[in-house]
Design a protein around this ligand. Sequence first.
Ligand code: C6P
Length: 409
Amino acid sequence: MAVTSLPIEKIRADFPILQEKIRNKPLVYLDNAASCQKPNAVIDSISNFYRHDYANIHRGVHTLSVRATDKFESAREKVRGFINAASTKEIIFVRGATEAVNLIAQTFGKSNIKAGDEIVITAMEHHSNIVPWQMLCEETGAVLKVAPMNVQGELIYPEFEALLNAKTKLVAVVHMSNALGTVNPVKQMIAAAHEKNIPVMLDGAQAIPHMPVDVQDLDCDFYVFSGHKLYGPSGIGVMYGKQALLEAMPAYQGGGDMIKTVSFEKSTYAGLPHKFEAGTPGIADVVGLGAAIDYLNEIGMANIAAYEAGLLAYATQQAKQIKGLRIIGEAEDKGAILSFVLDKIHPHDIGTMLDSLGIAIRAGHHCAMPVMEFYGVPATARASFAMYNTKEEIDVLMQGITSLIEVFG
Ligand code: C6P
């Protein structure tokens, strides 16, 4: 099976960690959905920033502070361009997707959702897009509604649509599932919700490294993601929100940088995006995220999507030939994730045994316990692919699985 090409040798050479040996074997890194590795462009940008440009931002008149502020704000512009937001005012830096969902729940949620209102999610959400809404429901008396999925791991679309009604105040759904790889028909879902004037938040933590994302074309109201899954640093992420919504929302955390004036009687808040960015942010990490975006733009997200589709098709075809292997998640529209279980071998043992061969996968519930419950498994083994993975690495994975079935199955 053909795998659409990328300049793969050059790309792999850009990621120093891929040269590591694990247990005396070449590293085969297939845990990209948990976090992916960083190219020299990102590592060097952070290192150079600390060496030459570092100071706190938005505060100083001295040269370094101005320089650091320029780099920080130019990264915001890079993020804006990457997701095609209308304005940098709509790009809020947070710690990651998790913090972004909590921010939306605590600000938009608290000011718009009251007892008896409904929030619609899907059966395939990550805990980050379940628990903050449950907390909000506990505080407000709102009700969480869950759109079901079928055994392929696809949303049952008519049942999703049937949940939308006058009480629905928000749809919060995953763009691409981390446990199954399913890519949801989000454009159609957003249009259906908007017909009833319901805003939509997309959890883009998994989608963003695998496909072009255009928030204006999708017309989503919020889009959240983490930098570390996008070849950037950990501890930094993005909450995109439409400007009118963000302006109407109350501030999240109080502190420096998010105010206009402060007195003991009353404080007034800064405009967007600073209103939601209290305190000193992860300055160098934002700069690193900007470098990751430059790097990805050079390769092209559409090229990455095409290449990874080939990898996934090849991995799926190979996995289906292994007796005793069951793929968990076979949606027609799927990103580069292969979740599976083996007869008689616990996923944690699969993970440990593959590690002894230098292969890094994730084993567990993937912070998606309801998905595990749906499939009646305690956990799955998950190989997740990135643009630097190869067909040869998939062969190594399949040989590893076959050999452990021979020994332990
Ligand atoms: N999923 C995984 O191995 P944070 O931790 O904030 O960067 O991202 C949270 C998150 C939210 N939504 C989805 C769909 C996700 O996959 C994740 C993180 C990792 O699958 C760690 S559990």
